[in-house]
Design a binder for this molecule. Sequence first.
Ligand SMILES: [Fe+2]
Ligand SMILES: [Fe+2]
Length: 132
Amino acid sequence: MASIEWRPEFATGIQDVDHEHRELIGWINQTLAASSQPATPPGQIGDLLGEIFARISAHFALEEHVMSSRRYDQYAEHKRDHEGLLDDIRDIMDDLEAAGRVEERFSTRLTEWFGVHFRTHDARFHHQMPRP
Ligand SMILES: [Fe+2]
Ligand SMILES: [Fe+2]
């Protein structure tokens, strides 16, 4: 299955943030690679997806905490976009449970999401509210 390649346009220009985003993509790629191996048991892919879900949720929760405590003007829109990705990951998990595999369309969907979210929502937010 096609992995998600880091592209220059994903970068927010803030080193710590870009590092975390690269790590998230790395985890997703590990899962896509595992799921494209027919010998990988579905339980192992499920565990990886669970790990990804937890890590991405933690990353989002941190951003949302900063946005709400500092009254960021686009908090609602940004949070809504986060929830869209978490819904997609839940769909992938349901799919895995039903079909025993992860479908190709999800790597396309996730690539699109990361490409847009990092360079729009995250770039705007992190530039307006730099980390201390
Ligand atoms: Fe982010
Ligand atoms: Fe974000």
